[in-house]
Design a protein around this ligand. Sequence first.
Ligand SMILES: [Zn+2]
Length: 451
Amino acid sequence: MKLLQNFPSLPDAARRTNRLFVFFTVLLVMLAGMVSSVSAQMAAPKRTVVHPGRLLNVRTGELRANQAIVIEGDKVVQIAPSSEVKSAAGDTVIDLPEATLLPGLIDMHTHLTFDLNSLGYQGLSISTAREALHGARNAKRTLEAGFTTVRNVGAKDYADIALRDAINDGDVIGPRMVASGPALGITGGHCDENLLPPAFHLQGDGVADGVEAVQHKVREVIKYGADVIKICATGGVLSKGDDPNASQFTLEEMKAIVADAHRLGRKVAAHAHGAEGVRWASEAGVDSIEHGHLMDDAAVATLKKNGTYLVPTLFLGEYMEKNIEHSDVPEYSKQKMRDVAAAMQKNVKKAFDAGVKIAFGTDAAVYPHGLNAGEFHVYVKLGMTPLAAIQTATINAADLLGPKFKVGMLEPGKFADMIAVDGDPTKDVTILEHVKFVMKGGTVYKNEYGK
Ligand SMILES: [Zn+2]
């Protein structure tokens, strides 16, 4: 009975049906309006069109006038003669008539969360959170210097992964980061923490010894966000108690690291100075040797044979020759720094002459962030043409990163990452130390040319 009482009388039901009909009709009309406005947006997406004085093709060295680069969202969609690109209502037009435009630069070896004074004993007082904030400052400086992508190879407690994610989320201004998390290394090696006596049990985040342990560590850093695996194949300069000439991981350990990293879609970058460590890392299949400053002829030949990239990091040597005495280089590292700085150019030149593949990298942190482009003139001094030097920081670096990163060249489908400078950097590469316009992903971060 109750049911019947609650059942609406017929006229009521009709009114309600009528109201429902009106409601759904209105809803349909609104939805149709939304769909048509979405399709209108899809038909005419917002574009940015850049008209540089000259466009440098970094693959060929050709400089072309009267080119237009058309950007939709964060990607380049078209590059064509300006006369063939019709401007549409709502386009953002950027005219740079005095400038030479080229792809954003790539530094394959940075430590954005570190500064020179975060090394040694004074560095022990700096929290990871503070390092991440140093990283935010350094990321902005690096981007404004024209480096729209960096490969960050080593940070404490995943501060680099946090920084990468903050940049990607738009919380912090900086370059695209391909980040490693903590570098893997042996107990007591270059990538361990060797500053405190045993009672403190201080150990680097990436320490692993033996095949099973290194496999576990590779999987662990990938679990926490590593895009690339950084390992320490030999001793280093800015670490206490180790020898840059001595190899550290064994050949078997490095083979296990490379096998797991590659299977999981990550490249491997190996810090290596000494000749044996360079050879072992290359034979193990790492994708790049970082530094290579104490290589012998056999090590150079091994890189050439295996197609292993060398990331030279040479400008730090010039910087240190001038600044070491009043720098924050720890006392225990000063002699090692002098010895390595004295040898690095000669040994890396052998690799240049042998035709080893070179990707641009600086070790920024060992000298102030933002001076990264100082690296170029050293490559030219050692015999590279300016164009070849520019290629190390664009197409070569992009090749070493891998195609999924879509950087290093201005062409349809790649990220709209570009810089502009006065003059012709293929004649004078030091022009790249004075970048006046920076765009990353279609957003302008610096424009000293005005509009
Ligand atoms: Zn480094």
